[in-house]
Design a binder for this molecule. Structure first.
Ligand code: SF4
Ligand code: SF4
Length: 221
């Protein structure tokens, strides 16, 4: 999702790579679950998030979408996000002790927080959102350790490719060629990337790139 904000207002003015140290360490969030509540529609999921949550084996796709997720239009594209429900507007995966029930399988944005991604030139770097985390005394930690994501190089390429593909979809939907096809394209893309389960016995990234080719074909027709 694009955010119309000035980097100097929300960050420490630096951009980070995976080997850099960043002051984001919050002691395993001990005693705090603030960013699992009241986040509105901001925890947007990508296809890898669905693969992860589905591979838990406890929650089927239907239950995921009916109980834990919601769909919303983001810049013309329909995408799922974590649903914040109840009086506390809490994520459905938060337990009574304020801990994440799906921690090893949690979505990419949950792994990242309070870091964000700054995209430019077909790629991205990380930045620290200085006003977001409630813990005032954060320690320095290596970015790649903090975001706790296996095969990080592959993951970063995938994150960029997904991001720039969504921009292509937005452009298509808002162009003359896509005029009147927004609903149809959105339904097809939702099925392709989110609703059709990924094979758990196969590497996610291989399956994603097969679907990406199909997705590109859909917006070029
Ligand atoms: S998935 Fe886990 S870490 Fe992410 S918002 Fe929900 S409870 Fe918090
Ligand atoms: S606000 Fe900071 S300390 Fe609290 S749960 Fe979020 S990342 Fe952890």
């Amino acid at each position: 999702m694009k955010r119309e904000v000035r980097m100097e207002d929300i960050s420490d003015g630096k951009l980070y790579g995976p080997e850099d140290m960043v002051r984001a360490g919050c002691g395993g969030c001990e005693g705090c679950s603030a960013c699992c509540r009241g986040m509105g529609s901001s925890v947007i999921l990508d296809p890898l998030d669905l693969y992860r949550l589905n591979s838990l084996g406890k929650v089927g796709m239907d239950e995921l979408f009916s109980r834990y997720l919601e769909l919303q239009v983001e810049d013309g594209v329909i995408l799922p996000h974590l649903k914040m429900g109840g009086e506390e507007e809490a994520c459905g995966f938060l337990d009574g002790n304020g801990r994440c029930l799906v921690h090893p399988f949690r979505p990419g944005l949950c792994r990242l927080f309070p870091l964000g991604r700054f995209y430019e030139n077909g790629s991205f770097r990380y930045f620290l959102q200085v006003n977001e985390c409630r813990k005032s005394s954060r320690s320095k930690v290596k970015v790649k350790r903090f975001i706790d994501t296996p095969e990080l190089e592959k993951n970063e390429k995938y994150i960029s490719d997904w991001h720039y593909f969504l921009l292509e979809v937005q452009e298509f939907i808002n162009s003359g060629a896509g005029n009147g096809k927004a609903k149809e394209i959105n339904v097809q893309l939702l099925k392709l990337f989110f609703l059709t389960p990924y094979g758990e016995d196969r590497d996610f990234y291989g399956q994603f790139y097969e679907r990406l080719s199909e997705g590109r074909r859909l917006i070029q027709e």
